[in-house]
Ligand binder design. Structure first.
Ligand code: MN
Ligand code: MN
Length: 277
């Protein structure tokens, strides 16, 4: 069992959990704004110990600032509030860990982290490329988040994994820049070597999981990964210099069984433990 809410932000900590209940630009089914609360709630029912990492949350120094207050109707203002909270974490020399919310919340977070770490690389787990120039004329959409990130970071500093949906243009772009990789063993090893010692921002769009195990998301895509594949990924990422991370796109009401929230909470646990190894 772990409970984020008993962790006081005033105490010294190394990782800061920031709830970002925003789903203002989702393209299909809304509800990701309820993600952070559902992750905290589900976290109550799972173990603090990870057999894979042989590490326990009891010995991890993290704090939870709760949910940001965001004006859902104003995307720009919401993004600037998110960015400010991440900048605050970086100023305090703690690692920001965002709980989404939809995937657009990663944009201001990665921006802030990049300003501190100019040699940053980003690894995105996702079912979707999120490389559109715009979505129905809108550039600030969760369907465009990696494209916006690439505009300051450069496509050559991005790797995408688990992607199985996108437009022809997105697939051409990902092919031109070789951003796409897979969960096959040799590809994961190559990904780890590519990251090397560079600072890493890890963004996990939870719809990378198969809808069979994770139906609670706005834009489900068949053909996703299972828990064991995620564990293999986490195992390979050991030793990375992770300077920022997020888990996004849980829309808990879309799964009446509650299993999606449990899966999300377990991912968050593994990511917290990975960062603090
Ligand atoms: Mn996404
Ligand atoms: Mn997605």
């Amino acid at each position: 069992m772990f409970d984020f809410t008993d962790r006081d932000v005033k105490e010294p900590h190394n990782i800061r959990v920031i709830g970002v209940p925003f789903d203002g630009t989702v393209s299909f089914r809304p509800g990701a704004r309820f993600g952070p609360a559902a992750i905290r709630d589900a976290s109550d029912g799972i173990e603090t110990y990870s057999p894979l990492l042989d590490h326990d949350l009891e010995s991890v120094s993290y704090a939870d600032v709760g949910d940001l207050e965001l004006p859902m109707g104003s995307v720009e203002v919401s993004l600037s509030i998110i960015k400010e909270s991440v900048e605050d974490a970086l100023k305090d020399n703690v690692i920001p860990f965002l709980l989404g919310g939809e995937h657009l919340v990663s944009l201001p977070a990665i921006e802030a982290v990049y300003e501190k770490y100019p040699d940053l690389v980003v690894v995105q787990l996702d079912a979707h490329a999120d490389q559109r120039e715009d979505y129905l004329g809108v550039k600030l959409s969760h369907a465009c988040v990696m494209r916006r990130v690439s505009e300051f970071l450069g496509q050559e500093h991005i790797r995408q994994i688990g992607i199985r949906s996108g437009t022809r243009d997105e697939y051409k772009l990902m092919s031109d820049y070789s951003t796409l990789t897979t969960f096959r063993e040799h590809d994961l090893a190559a990904l780890r070597a590519w990251i090397g010692n560079r600072p890493l921002y890890l963004t996990v769009d939870l719809d990378v999981f198969d809808p069979a195990s994770f139906p609670g998301t706005g834009t489900p895509e068949p053909g996703g990964i299972d828990w064991w594949t995620f564990q293999r990924f986490i195992g390979v990422m050991k030793g990375c210099d992770i300077v920022g991370l997020d888990a996004v796109e849980l829309a808990p009401q879309l799964d009446n069984s509650g299993c999606s929230s449990v899966l999300a909470a377990k991912c968050v646990r593994e990511m917290l433990l990975l960062v603090s190894l």
